[in-house]
Design a protein around this ligand. Structure first.
Ligand code: NAD
Ligand code: MG
Length: 408
């Protein structure tokens, strides 16, 4: 590094997950730039203990007191100086701590909302992987970013690509900078070409076997249903203040073009790279500098072919549901997100079929009253209600299936 600079303190929330571990991999490559200030995990004590021994963070946060006690006991044995905290409030504390420069928000699902928001409110640089926070409460989140002057850097690879393909002053409005469309690419997941009539037999392991990316199980199922792309459309809507009709999706099986921006003059600017989350993570950590994230450089001649095809909404109804929820506005996206979290978990636990996920979501979206999403309380009321109605709907469909002598 040519010039002297302050080492940045990074809180990595969701440190034991796929994004968390990739983030720590990049951090470990740059001890002169970054220090892991706080690490968090839900329940994986042994994994977080190993990370604490390696990175010596000031704080470690577990979801509950019992897991925190276990972690404390383990760390005592290794004379680790890390202070162990527990609970949702502790997550918010380490996100907003005065000594923190940037927060990697990489907890999965609605569980990551409050800590991501706390980082934004405290004016931190927010490296946002937790797309569900924006889907649920995009208006509230973006206002917090504006009010505090926080820097929000998208880590989701598509949004990171769009961010890189926009001029720095895009905040003035997409129209002012000549943008016509934002084009999200989607790999199509593991079932892009599988015969539709066999989708009812899909197992959790098949759904999690993504052809291009290694990710946590929830987002892997979301990629298989393409709800992930639906959530990303809503995420793009908030991040870039883009009207629904300005956001398109195109299937691109190679996952090399991570997304594109189409301009009024006919230019299309894209960001390309190997499918490796350390690229957007290194971009976010290093911003505005470019740093090494350990990613192989792209060899286009070796890849040879980049293909694109239209999105088939019949095969992937979840994308249609996401556009619908986004157009309805208010807490509709939060309802869809909550229903999806419950449905995905039920599918992963073999309690419902893959093909029933969109059916249940459509049903729940039509039944839960949509509030105006002006406050976090309203968002959480809708989230809660959607979860209980989804559980009911799943239980009913199970009873019906068992009545017919069917699985699961
Ligand atoms: P993961 O399941 O691998 O990891 C999730 C992390 O969150 C773990 O550290 C876990 O301990 C923690 N966690 C889970 N439930 C929690 C709870 N209730 N309270 C506190 N912590 C909890 O997930 P992932 O694939 O790393 O994804 C993380 C987020 O990043 C998701 O929002 C996902 O949509 C987004 N994202 C992931 C990828 C990817 O390549 N994995 C790409 C883009 C966006
Ligand atoms: Mg993505």
């Amino acid at each position: 590094m040519s010039r002297q600079q302050k080492i940045k303190n990074i809180s990595v929330l969701g440190a034991t997950g796929s994004i968390g571990l990739n983030t720590l991999d990049v951090i470990a490559r740059h001890p002169d730039r970054f220090r892991a200030f706080a690490l968090s995990a839900a329940t994986k004590v042994a994994e977080l203990a190993a990370l604490c021994e390696k990175f010596s963070p000031r704080f470690a946060v577990m979801t509950n007191a019992e897991a925190a006690d276990k972690l404390r006991a383990q760390l005592r044995q290794s004379h680790s100086p890390t202070e162990v905290l527990s609970g949702a409030e502790a997550l918010e504390e380490v996100a907003a701590h005065a000594d923190v420069d940037a927060v990697m928000a990489a907890i999965v699902g609605a569980a990551g909302l409050k800590s991501s928001l706390a980082a934004a409110k405290a004016g931190k640089t927010v490296l946002l992987a937790n797309k569900e926070a924006l889907v649920m409460s995009g208006g509230i989140f973006m206002k917090a970013v504006r009010d505090s002057g926080s820097t929000l850097l998208p880590i989701d690879s598509e949004h990171n690509a769009i961010f890189q393909s926009l001029p720095r002053h895009f905040g003035q409005g997409l129209d002012q900078v000549g943008v016509q469309k934002i084009i999200l690419t989607a790999s199509g997941g593991p079932f892009r070409t599988r015969p539709i009539d066999t989708l009812s037999e899909v197992t959790p392991d098949e759904a999690c076997a993504h052809p291009k990316w290694v990710m946590g199980r929830k987002i892997s199922v979301d990629s298989a249903t393409m709800m992930n792309k639906g959530l990303e459309v809503i995420e793009a809507h908030w991040l870039f203040n883009a009207a629904p009709e300005m956001i398109d999706v195109v299937i691109h099986p190679q996952s090399v073009v991570h997304s594109m921006v189409s301009y009024r003059d006919g230019s299309v600017i894209a960001q390309l790279g190997n499918p490796d989350m350390r690229t957007p993570i290194a971009f976010g950590l290093g911003f505005p500098d470019r740093i090494d994230g350990g990613v192989r450089s792209l060899d286009l001649a070796k890849i040879g072919k980049l293909e694109f095809e239209p999105l088939d909404l019949q095969r992937f109804p979840c994308v249609r549901l996401a556009y619908e929820a986004m157009r309805r506005g208010g807490t509709a996206p939060a309802i869809l997100n909550a229903a999806n979290e419950v449905a995905v978990e039920a599918f992963l636990n073999n309690q419902m079929r893959f093909v029933d996920i969109p059916r249940v979501l459509e049903d729940v979206l039509s039944r839960v009253p949509i509030l105006d999403a002006a406050t976090l309380e309203q968002v959480l009321v809708s989230d809660d209600e959607a979860r209980s109605i989804t559980r009911e709907a799943i239980a009913l469909s199970r009873t019906a299936l068992i009545g017919q002598g069917g699985a699961p």
